[in-house]
Write a protein that binds this ligand. Structure first.
Ligand SMILES: [Zn+2]
Length: 367
């Protein structure tokens, strides 16, 4: 089923891989996509987000059928300049000096080949929306500023998970960051250290008491950075640490936050230091039931083209989190990318093909 043009698919992917597209620097990449869909009866709209733009492609279709949303991101992590894709019989890699950018250009290549094939064989379909976000890799910034009320679809398939095609991510965590800023009292470290309160010592004590690493099967806490102090001859007046907490279960996340806050406050008080705590929810988590409509469409679309599906839980955030929070039922599917965010990144050609067929299969069964 779906006799797609593999050569064209690979060319589209490698052409895009060669375009440098760091977060907030996606202009050339966006231009490529807009140009690629020009003759396909696709409307391309750009929506400003920070210093860049999200791109929304829409294809008109039978309005008696439910609209479907596909989503991916066009930015990549670095190093992403002068990517030289190396195509072997089975896979595509970089030359080893850069990332490849299959995260997430593999997905975009699947969408573009899907649209081309769809146009060629005149497959019946409902309305199709394809949202390609910018600045995903720097904290989902692009999609966070996107007004999701312009979307018609209530069901979304984000293609931004790694591993062979077949994975369906149904759960991802809530994620918050906190900073703990301790203020002690400065004093000369040699002449009158007893007059000072060393903020570094206080913060160290706090950190050793904090929950850390894996708290339970769906909750984690990690101190990521510390800074503070000015010189060895000064009792440190200020010290700051930034940490993150994640959990699939929002109540568990809150529980960790409350615990962290109370440890920081009590410990600072014990040393007569002050402490200021800030907290930001970076994004909401989501949990989709395996029997939900969206999960079943994904699984059925895979089964009819011979792909075995696995439902999985993710430890990280993606545009899927934002779409779910906006009331659009969304799952995150694997786009075949492997060893992402490293110079060893690669994608199997068979996964590029499977992913394209999966896009078509979803379009086909969407009613
Ligand atoms: Zn990605």
């Amino acid at each position: 089923m779906y006799d797609i043009n593999t050569k064209r698919l690979i060319k589209t992917f490698t052409d895009m891989a060669k375009i440098s597209s760091p977060s907030w620097g996606e202009n050339a990449m966006r231009g490529y996509i807009v140009n690629a869909v020009k003759k396909l009866g696709v409307t391309a709209r750009q929506f400003r987000s920070g210093e860049s733009y999200n791109l929304l492609l829409t294809v008109r279709g039978d309005t008696k059928r439910k609209p479907v949303l596909f989503s991916a991101h066009m930015d990549t992590v670095t190093p992403c300049d002068n990517v030289k894709p190396v195509v072997s019989q089975t896979k595509i890699t970089s030359d080893g000096t850069t990332i490849l950018g299959s995260d997430d250009k593999a997905a975009i290549a699947m969408f573009l080949e899907g649209l081309r094939y769809n146009k060629e064989i005149r497959m019946p379909h409902g309305p199709i929306e394809i949202l390609i976000s910018c600045a995903e890799e720097v904290g989902l910034r692009g999609i966070k500023e996107f007004d999701t009320s312009v979307l018609k679809a209530r069901h979304a398939f984000v293609f931004d998970s790694d591993g062979p095609v077949g994975k369906i991510v149904l759960q991802a965590p809530y994620h918050s960051t906190m900073s703990i800023a301790v203020t002690g009292r400065a004093a000369h470290a040699g002449m009158e250290p007893e007059k000072g309160i060393n903020a570094i010592n206080v913060l160290s004590e706090i950190i050793t008491l904090l929950p850390a690493s894996r708290i339970d099967h769906e909750t984690t806490v990690n101190v990521g950075t510390i800074s503070g102090g000015r010189a060895t001859n000064i009792v440190a007046e200020k010290a700051v640490c930034v940490l993150e907490a994640r959990s699939i279960d929002y109540r568990k996340l809150r529980k960790q936050e409350v615990l962290i806050r109370s440890i920081a406050k009590e410990t600072s008080a014990r040393f007569k230091a002050r402490c200021a705590i800030s907290r930001t929810l970076e994004y909401s988590g989501f949990t989709i039931h395996p029997d939900a409509v969206i999960s079943q469409i994904a699984a059925t679309a895979m089964a009819r083209i011979g792909i075995r599906h696995q439902f999985e839980v993710s430890g990280g955030g993606s545009d899927t989190n934002i779409l779910n929070a906006a009331g659009i039922s969304a799952v995150n599917l694997s786009a075949g990318m492997q060893r992402v965010h490293t110079t060893k990144e690669y994608v199997m050609i068979r996964d590029l093909i499977k992913g394209t067929k999966l896009v078509l299969s979803i379009i086909d069964i969407m009613r």
